[in-house]
Write a protein that binds this ligand. Structure first.
Ligand code: XMP
Length: 212
């Protein structure tokens, strides 16, 4: 199963809801990040969840206690999954996993960012091993470096790989899926387009064309 995730980094609630409805037949999940939640309030997760399951990309990276509070807030508002920074370490990941288990949710772990990420890149293989060994559900791997997606796939086996960085950041749909990603995450290429639905459909069809 390969698919598309819409990164909804718009600042306006109504625009976010409109976009989500517009592309819903082509996306598997909606991803929200701080720009939208800080603008529209945490309730936006609940509203969007009525359209598609929502991944709360809060890049949680605090001590275990605080991280668990953040994760709980996301899950209490109907998030399907949260994104956590693996660099925070095993105790933080375990604390977030414990909360996700209470809600039947999922935890995806940032290995290295799709941007320069020169510090995380030194440890991303170890972060992926940690995510795998403690039972997280997936990792985030950079579509801007398809060879790293392939390498991380060897480490995480059948765990989910979600890859941001396609389009605006220069990554390729085809190379990322062929390298082993399960989902690509796309934001600006879709939501800044005059025809978001047509762009989402095009990416969806290219992804599905590669499904084995
Ligand atoms: P664009 O507009 O670049 O949006 O298509 C990408 C979305 O994904 C987020 N992002 C990341 N999240 N690890 C993450 O957990 C990453 O390496 C990464 N790179 C981009 C970005 O914040 C936006 O929401």
């Amino acid at each position: 199963m390969v698919g598309l995730i819409l990164a909804l980094d718009v600042m306006d609630r109504n625009r976010a809801i409109w976009l989500a409805r517009e592309v819903s037949e082509y996306v598997d999940y909606l991803k929200v990040n701080y720009p939208l939640v800080l603008s529209a309030g945490i309730e936006i997760i609940r509203e969007l969840s009525e359209i598609k399951p929502v991944i709360a990309d809060f890049k949680i990276a605090d001590i275990p206690y605080t991280s668990s509070l953040i994760a709980r807030k996301a899950f209490e508002n109907s998030a399907f999954a949260v994104i956590c920074h693996g660099m925070a370490g095993s105790d933080t990941l375990k604390a977030v996993l414990d909360v996700s288990d209470e809600f039947g949710g999922e935890v995806y772990v940032v290995t290295e960012l799709s941007s320069e990420s020169e510090f995380l890149r030194k440890f991303s293989d170890e972060i992926a091993m940690l995510a795998r060994d403690i039972g997280c559900h997936g990792i985030i791997a950079p579509a801007t470096r398809a060879e790293r997606v392939a390498q991380l796939r060897k480490i995480v086996g059948s765990m989910k790989i979600l890859s941001p960085g396609v389009g605006a950041q220069g990554g390729s749909v085809e190379e990322t899926i062929k390298a082993g990603a399960d989902y690509i995450i796309v934001g600006r290429s879709i939501y800044t387009s005059d025809e978001p639905k047509a762009v989402a459909r095009d990416i969806y069809e290219r992804i599905k064309g590669l499904e084995v």
